[in-house]
Design a protein around this ligand. Structure first.
Ligand SMILES: [Zn+2]
Length: 63
């Protein structure tokens, strides 16, 4: 994970953000990263994040 400083489209909220991290090839803004960290797996919102993160969970790592 790497801190970057340029306008990128967040893979979670789809907004252009300056600060965020890269999770594999998906950019996640600071706000969403923070929310994800503080979301309990039992919360409904957690499923939403998992849906979004599915896109970067490519099984090609082992192929
Ligand atoms: Zn975001």
């Amino acid at each position: 994970m790497e801190i970057i400083k340029e306008q990128k489209s967040c893979g979670i909220c789809d907004e252009e953000k300056e600060k965020g991290i890269y999770l594999y090839n998906l950019f996640i803004c600071c706000e969403c990263e923070h929310k994800m960290i503080h979301t309990e797996p039992t919360e409904e919102q957690y499923k939403y994040y998992l849906q979004k993160l599915k896109h970067i969970n490519q099984p090609t790592l082992y192929s």
